[in-house]
Write a protein that binds this ligand. Structure first.
Ligand SMILES: [Cu+2]
Length: 208
């Protein structure tokens, strides 16, 4: 009876400690989240100095299906479609070839794919092409610096980190809440554990 009463705070504290550790060990990525677009090339709202040869979309997991299941439509300011042919899917990376003469201006990319859990996901982003226009040779220095960079060759390996990811944001927020809760619980658990130990030692001292 006395032993049980003395032990129970310790047990409660130990259980709370284990629970707190379990909360901390929870993976950051929530299991219920759908796959999402991780990065794109061109990145959303980017300004390019040359028209892209392809649109590359990298998702957080492998895409399902091919052909008609996944679709990308790229339109220019007049609403005309400037993508060329069907997208090519390789694992989590989708590549949409582009018409060669899309020109300058604002472009809109609308995509729809089947994510790894079979759910269709979709999204839209825009980019701007401002390729230098050939002018009469009044300023040769400017022409030299305005040479468009060759950004289209390494699209498959490029990993721009500017695209926001809703899933990651939610995961981070969730981790933050659980981190704070876990921290509070952990502090209480340690406090209860130390107090139980001290009380036990005091009672033992009384018995001696
Ligand atoms: Cu899903």
């Amino acid at each position: 009876m006395h032993l049980a009463r003395r032990l129970s705070p310790v047990l409660v504290a130990a259980f709370t400690l284990v629970a707190a550790i379990a909360v901390f060990a929870t993976p950051a990525s929530p299991a219920w989240a759908h796959d999402a677009l991780a990065t794109s090339d061109p990145a959303a709202d980017s300004v390019l100095d040359a028209a892209p040869e392809a649109i590359t979309l990298t998702f957080t997991a492998e895409l399902l299906g091919d052909g008609g299941a996944n679709a990308v439509v790229v339109t220019d300011q007049s609403g005309a479609q400037v993508q060329a042919g069907a997208p090519i899917v390789d694992g989590a990376v989708l590549t949409q070839p582009m018409a060669p003469d899309a020109g300058n201006g604002a472009f809109s990319v609308t995509w729809r794919v089947v994510s790894s859990d079979g759910h269709p996901i979709s999204g839209e982003f825009g980019y701007l092409v401002e390729a230098p226009v050939a002018e009469p040779s009044t300023a040769p220095e400017e022409d030299a610096t305005a040479t468009p960079a060759d950004t289209a060759t390494d699209e498959a390996s490029a990993a721009p980190d500017t695209t926001p990811d809703d899933g990651e944001e939610e995961g981070g927020f969730r981790l933050g809440i659980f981190g704070i809760l876990g921290g509070v619980v952990l502090v209480f658990a340690i406090f209860a554990f130390v107090r139980a130990l001290l009380r036990r030692r005091a009672q033992r001292g009384k018995q001696d």
